[in-house]
Structure formats: C-alpha cells, structure tokens
Design a binder for this molecule. Structure first.
Ligand code: P6P
Length: 335
C-alpha cells in the first residue's frame, strides 16, 4: 500500500520555507471549489429527476447552468479571501474586481470554470482550467495589466477533470502532480506524482472534420502523423472527444499531441489564450512537453485581450516542434 497523501498535505509539504501561506491557501480554495463543483456535475444527469443544478428546483426557481454555477462557486470562494487582486473568467466579458469591502491580495486568478460544458448532456468528461499570476505592482493592484501577462509569468496552473473520477492536476513550477478525489471522504489523494509526458507518444487529438479549412503546413503535419510521408513516425491512435481538458489529460498521461489549428474562418483558432492555452502550456512544459501556436511557445505570447484565442498544439516536444517545422516551410496553397 502506498502512503496516503492528501492535496492539502502535499501543498503544505512543498510550499517554500519563505512562503507566507497565501499562495498555498489559494490552492486549497481551488481544491474546495473542485469538490463543490464535482458534487453538482456528478448529479447533472439527475436534473430532470431531482430538479437540481441546470433545471428547476422545488421552489420553481430556475437553476443555474453548470458552467455559470461553477463560475459562481469559484468567484464566491475567492472574492473575499484577501489573496487575489483581480480575476478573469471565461464566463465574464469584464474582469472580476475584488469588492471594495475586501482586502486585495497579491495574486491574479484566471480561469475557465467549466470548459466543454455542452458535453455534460452526453455524459462526456469536462473540466475547469486555472492559472495564477502575481500582481505586477504591489502599490497598484488589480489592473488589466495584471491579467494580460504572458504564460511565462505564471506561478501556478492546473485543471480539474470531471470524468470517471474527479482529478485535480496542478503545478507550481516544481513538476506536475495529480490528485484523485475520494468522494467517500471528500479528499483529493495524491495519485500521480511528478507527471511526465511519456515518449514515444501514443495518441493524437484533432477534429479532422476541419481538414479542408487548415493551412497547407497543418495538413502536411497531419499526413505525416498518419504515416503518409517518407519520414513519418510509428502510427499513433486518434482520440478526440471534443473536451479540451479530457483530451489534454490523455495526451499528458500517455504521450501525444492535442491540436486545435487555425482555420480559414478562424485565423486564431478556438482555444482561449489566457485561461485555457497558457495554463495548459505551463503544465505541459513542466511535464517535459511543449505547447505552441505553430510558430512560437504559447508561454511567450503577450496577451492584448483577456478573451483572445490562439491556435494550440500541445504535447510531446518532438511532435509540436514538427508542427512548427511544417508551418515554417509552408508553401502557399495553389490558388
Ligand atoms: P470542436 C469545447 O467547446 C471546446 O472549447 C474544447 O473543450 C474542445 O477541445 C473544443 O471546444 C472542441 O471544439 O470545434 O472540435 O467541437
């Protein structure tokens, strides 16, 4: 029997000596949010039977959609703790200020409260993604500039995967660690310490129905991946369930590449830079992989808008660098 380590214990054991505890406590807050959201998500299928989240409750009040519910849980757990100076959420066009009655802290939280929530109705895994920055100016905290930081400034990032079990996977810059929720005791227990993306890879994840909309370089990369070029690698299996966190998690665990390329009608792709691509890129780098927009590291992109999108390739370094190689050698498509 391996020793039982709760996420709280692991966070405490790994916080630096000089830590004052705010960053550690913020990670606890997110672990608590994960438990609260998991409880509701895991009952989503009972909406019409028990009238819970997403349906109409016994008082006839409209229940919140689960992504709105998840957003509300994270905000209300974090807005008063004095640890944050500002938040940015996929669910809100505007930045989320800390109410004036509460102290502003030194950290910034960016998050997608429930990515892929449309998959709930078909019982496919979904996820929460988060990133943590330090505010830039301690004397002027909670500005747009604090949110528009490149991923290389992240001091922590992670995701919560609501799947066959609920997992919280995070990094604070000292490796990637995974915790599985034991619903019986309501604790996240260490299940994957120091996760590294395996090599050789096993999978690739992409929505091939968009093939005709991709650039020549991306098309060439997919043909290479599928064994149609002289120097193609050993064949990988295609796995894509249209839920970013689930597809990303599989490639992190088994080795591979997740691709959401730019398309003719979507030049910046679909994945959000600030609260999806950058946090996942931080994790993938910590796990020995790499994430790119096809031309540069995701972590080097300087955001100009909290909701901007980016083409996204994440996984084994060798595979993502191959995308960059094919895009760099791209011949313009014949008219
Ligand atoms: P498509 C879900 O809507 C999402 O944002 C990600 O979770 C997922 O990877 C992607 O979109 C799927 O997009 O265009 O393949 O349906």
């Amino acid at each position: 029997m391996s020793k039982i380590t709760t996420i709280e214990r692991f966070i405490l054991d790994n916080q630096p000596q000089y830590a004052r505890g705010d960053f550690t406590a913020l990670l606890y807050d997110l672990a608590l949010a994960a438990k609260v959201i998991a409880h509701k998500v895991n009952r989503a299928g009972l909406v019409n039977i028990l009238g819970e989240a997403g349906g109409v409750n016994v008082q006839g009040e409209d229940q919140q959609k689960l992504d709105v519910y998840a957003d509300d849980v994270i905000y209300r757990l974090c807005d008063h703790t004095g640890r944050l100076c500002i938040m940015a959420s996929e669910e809100h066009e505007e930045l989320l200020e800390i109410p004036a009655r509460h102290k502003k802290g030194n950290y910034v939280l960016v998050y997608d409260p429930l990515d892929g929530s449309s998959n709930i109705d078909v019982n496919v895994s979904i996820g929460t993604i988060f990133g943590i920055y330090r505010c830039l100016d301690p004397d002027n905290r909670g500005r747009l500039e604090d949110v528009l930081q490149p991923g290389r400034n992240l001091i922590g990032a992670g995701y919560i995967l609501f799947g066959s079990s609920t997992m919280m996977v995070y990094s604070t810059g000292k490796g990637v660690h995974g915790f599985t929720l034991d619903p019986e005791i309501g604790e996240f227990l260490l299940s994957n310490e120091d996760m590294k993306v395996p090599d050789p890879p096993s999978y690739y994840s992409v929505n091939s129905s968009y093939y005709s909309h991709w650039s020549p370089g991306v098309k060439r990369f997919l043909r290479w991946l599928q064994g149609q070029e002289a120097d193609s690698p050993p064949p990988l299996s295609s796995r894509y369930i249209g839920s970013l966190v689930a597809d990303f998690h599989r490639n992190l665990l088994r080795g591979g590449i997740f691709c959401y390329p730019a398309e003719n009608s979507k030049p910046n792709g679909k994945i959000r830079l600030l609260y999806e691509a950058a946090p996942l890129a931080f994790l993938m780098k910590q796990a020995g992989g790499y994430a790119s927009d096809g031309y540069q590291s995701i972590l080097d992109i300087e955001p100009t808008d909290p909701h901007q999108r980016t083409p996204f390739f994440a996984g084994n370094l060798s595979l993502v660098k191959k995308v960059e190689q094919f895009l760099a050698a791209e011949e313009p498509e014949m008219a």
